[in-house]
Structures are given as C-alpha cells and as structure tokens.
Design a protein around this ligand. Structure first.
Ligand SMILES: Nc1ncnc2c1ncn2[C@@H]1O[C@H](COP(=O)(O)OP(=O)(O)OP(=O)(O)O)[C@@H](O)[C@H]1O
Ligand SMILES: [Mg+2]
Length: 306
C-alpha cells in the first residue's frame, strides 16, 4: 500500500485470544493465547500445520465464530463484546471473505456480474450503483471480458478472482481468504495472488490470507506462522533502499504478551534442551540460551554417590 500514514496504525489487535470448542464428550482448545497485530493496509499471510488454528482465527475475524476469551478488536469493533446487531453490520460492511472451495463463493445460476450486483441491489443499492461497482471490481480483478459467464463457464482461477470481487462488493476494509488457491495449480494461484497484491495497492484494503503456498513470502509483505493455536514466528520482507540493501527478508521468533518466546523444537533438540534452559544476559545485549545438561549430569552423579 502506498499510503504511508495508514501503514503503521494497528487495525487488527488480538491478545491472549482463546477459542475452545466444546461438545458433550470433548473440549478442543483451537486458539490458546494467540497474539497478533495487523496494520491498516497490510497484505499478510498466515501459515501453519493442519490443525494449528488458522481457520479458527479467520472465522473469528470474519465474525462467523465467537472467541472464548482474551482480546480481539478489528477497527472500531470489539469482537468479544459485539452485539448481534453490530455483528450484522460488521459482517456486511467491515469484512469480505473468500473460501477455498470455488463452488462455495458464487451463486451458480447467476453470471459473474450478477454475483456482484444482486447482493448489492438486495442491500438497497440502485441498479446503476450496483452496475458501476461491478464494472470497477471486474476491472480490478482483470475479468471485465468474462462478466456474462456463469461460474461453471469460468476456470477455477477465474472463479476465485470473481469471488474476490464479490467479497469486495460492499467496499469492506478487511478482506479475508482461507486457502483461496488451495484448489488451483501454481500458475493460476499466482494470478490470484497478483490480484490480491493489486487490490491491496490500489484500493488500500487490508488483506489476510491463510495459505499452504510454500513460496508465499515472495507474494506478501509479512508471513506469520501458527503452531498449536498461537503465533510462533514471522517473516517480514522489507525494502531498505536507504541502506543500499534492496529487498531484505528477515525471520523473527514472536515474543508474546507475557514475554514467552517459542523456540523451534529442532533447535531445542539440537541444543539438548528439554524442560529447563539456562539464560545468560551478556553486556553487549545478547541473551544466550544453553542446555542445563552439565548440571543434570552432576546432579545424577551426586545421586549415585548417595
Ligand atoms: N467446529 C469445531 N468443533 C470442534 N473442534 C473444531 C471445530 N473447528 C475446528 N476444530 C478443531 O480446532 C483445531 C484447529 O482447527 P482449524 O480448522 O482452525 O485448523 P487449521 O489450521 O485451519 O487446519 P487446516 O490447515 O487443516 O485447515 C483442530 O484441532 C480442529 O479439529
Ligand atoms: Mg483450515
């Protein structure tokens, strides 16, 4: 997004967010103390293993599901205390959603253009207003020439691009997409990502995409990884022309609101760290994390002597 002034203001704020699904026999903690902030006008992605809580988070952000505890605000809306009336307003005007299944996004017996105009007209727009909006959006997703086709006459990638246009019909501030390219080949997926990029840049819409695309960091500004219902690490792509470095990719571990840091399991294994670690703070500003194996070995020796 070009608007520098909008870039650094927080738009989505989640802190210590929990979602617990309860059934008669079972309780599943799908989000366990998740922290996340997304700025106005960001284009970012969420990745993570199956079951890590990505869709749960996206459904809560979409107002389709209720969080159990913690804090979550999107713009002016507090999604924990939101009333049913406000929720209708939120879902209708603040947020647009694109599903993975192409068939779930579009009404099959309406043309691409009608998929955009009919909900707008039902919502009170005049036919002219709806047509104008459809024209603009079809142009924005580069599909003006396919406006009269029905979904089954469009390719998977074209259907997803129309779905993005439909999701943006009411001019939402936030666009959410749950694995929007999951059913597409990589070339078609790249066309869809290009559309997200253009919409973010040209319309300033904030975009959060859940994806399994392994090369996602080359297509968005920031990638946040989730593990076990929490954010665990993030990659940020930044352009540092001033330092003569061009584009720089940095990876960070996330420190949560209580100061907890997740260390990837493979590092722990390599360092031989199990339940305890030793921290040393060095005067030059580094924190060293070390195994306690030497202490454990000494303790075991003393135990044997006793
Ligand atoms: N409606 C539900 N009722 C009970 N448990 C649920 C429900 N929805 C999700 N879960 C559980 O919550 C956890 C997180 O699920 P979620 O769908 O958010 O994962 P995900 O990261 O989107 O996975 P995937 O990559 O497979 O889509 C899983 O253990 C899942 O079984
Ligand atoms: Mg999912």
């Amino acid at each position: 997004m070009n608007n520098e002034s909008a870039i650094h203001t927080t738009y989505i704020f989640c802190e210590d967010l929990f979602k617990i699904y309860k059934s008669e026999q079972l309780e599943v903690v799908a989000l366990r103390g998740l922290d996340l902030q997304v700025n106005h006008g960001e284009l970012m992605a969420i990745v993570g293993a199956s079951g890590s809580g990505k869709s749960t988070l996206l459904n809560i952000l979409a107002g389709l599901d209720q969080p159990s505890a913690g804090q979550i605000t999107v713009g002016e809306f507090n999604l924990l205390t939101i009333t049913p009336e406000e929720l209708v307003d939120y879902r209708r005007n603040e947020v647009g959603f694109v599903w993975q299944q192409t068939s779930r996004n579009l009404i099959p017996y309406l043309s691409a253009e009608q998929n955009i105009t009919v909900p707008l007209i039902l919502d009170g727009a005049s036919r002219n207003q709806a047509n104008e909006r459809a024209k603009l959006l079809l142009d924005a997703v580069h599909l003006s020439h396919r406006s009269r086709q029905k979904p089954n006459e469009l390719s998977g990638g074209e259907q997803q691009r129309i779905a993005i246009a439909v999701a943006l019909a009411n001019s939402p501030t936030l666009l959410l997409a749950d694995e929007p390219t999951g059913e597409l080949d990589s070339t078609t997926a790249d066309e869809v990502f290009q559309v997200f990029h253009d919409l973010n840049e040209n319309l300033g819409v904030t975009i959060v995409i859940v994806t399994h695309d392994t090369d996602i960091i080359s297509k968005v500004d920031r990638v946040v990884a989730m593990r076990d219902g929490k954010t665990s690490s993030e990659q940020i792509r930044s352009i540092q022309y001033s330092k003569g470095k061009g584009e720089v990719l940095e990876e960070f571990a996330i420190v949560d609101h209580s100061g907890r840091l997740q260390i990837p399991r493979k590092y722990l294994d390599e360092m031989g760290i199990n339940k305890r670690a030793r921290l040393n703070f060095s005067p030059d500003g580094h924190v060293e994390i070390r195994s306690t194996q030497d202490t454990e070995d000494r303790r075991a020796m003393w135990d044997q002597k006793d």
